[in-house]
Design a protein around this ligand. Structure first.
Ligand SMILES: *[C@@H]1O[C@H](CO)[C@@H](O)[C@H](O)[C@H]1NC(C)=O
Length: 261
């Protein structure tokens, strides 16, 4: 029974899922020749990692670009043509958060949050040179100067919806970084409670997925238990008929064991 129980528990664990695109290292801008790993964390079965670039549409990792290793997609040598939008897609075609990655052959990258940040959080921006230096940088939002960062760092202590926009940085005499979109999401209290809105089909899917998952897991468990019980009964019945042939009574298990050896 032990192997089926382990299988049962492991399947249960894999049923409790949340979906997220993980970028490692966690940045949205990269220098030419750097590497990146992407994964669709705990996506349901059959998910794919896809991208749109200037040359590809819905291109799948492992087929048209990158290398799949386990559940991780890796690009070991990034080139500017890898710049684009990346997202996880379920087998039903449902997509989650998409992110933009930029690969530059230039001298600067801006490190800003890859995923949407929650209103009120602290956000740090870093303008990095290649090779690294501590040069002071200027930061721009939607093309407008927003502040100088000594040593290339700038912090927004409490981010608000007004901070959402396209950021880039600039170091005099070095050049400028590619632009990156920073998304700010409002606090949950500012949105209406979900119970007031009618559930959309896409919101229902995860709700359906769990009971389905439990059924799929429970069925093999019960079937294997039933099989084992019936197999055991058949064996007992066969033993009993053997004993009957040999003229022994039903309670002589010990004698049978001894005689078999
Ligand atoms: C990818 O490109 C296709 C075709 O241009 C477009 O319909 C789709 O919305 C794009 N996906 C993302 C996540 O940008």
């Amino acid at each position: 029974m032990a192997p089926t129980s382990v299988f049962f528990l492991m399947s249960l664990l894999s049923c409790t899922t949340t979906a997220q695109l993980i970028v490692s290292p966690s940045r949205s801008q990269f220098f030419d020749t750097q590497s990146v790993s992407l994964s669709c964390e705990d996506e349901g079965p059959g998910w794919t990692l896809r991208r749109n670039t200037s040359r590809q549409t819905r291109a799948q990792c492992g087929r048209q670009w990158g290398k799949m290793k386990g559940s991780t997609c890796r690009i070991s040598v990034l080139v500017p043509l890898d710049s684009g939008v990346y997202w996880c897609e379920s087998s039903e075609g449902q997509t989650r958060t998409s992110i933009s990655l930029s690969v530059t052959g230039g001298p600067l990258v801006l490190h800003s949050p890859v995923l949407p940040v929650m209103e009120g959080q602290e956000v740090s921006l870093h303008c990095q040179t290649h090779p690294p230096s501590n040069r002071s940088a200027d930061f721009y939002k939607d093309g407008v100067f927003v502040g100088a960062g000594p040593a290339g760092h700038m912090t927004i202590p409490q981010v608000s919806l007004a901070h959402q926009g396209v950021y880039r940085c600039d170091i005099t005499g070095v050049g400028q970084s590619p632009p990156s979109w920073m998304s700010v999401s409002g606090k949950p209290t500012t949105t209406p409670p979900p119970s007031l809105a009618p559930p959309t089909p896409s919101a229902l899917l995860p709700l359906l997925f769990r009971p389905l998952c439990f059924l799929v897991v429970l069925c093999p468990y019960f079937i294997s238990t039933l099989l084992m019980v019936s197999w055991y009964r058949q064996r007992r019945a066969r033993n009993r008929s053997t004993r009957a042939e040999m003229g022994l009574d039903d309670n002589s298990d010990d004698v049978i064991t001894v005689r078999q050896f």
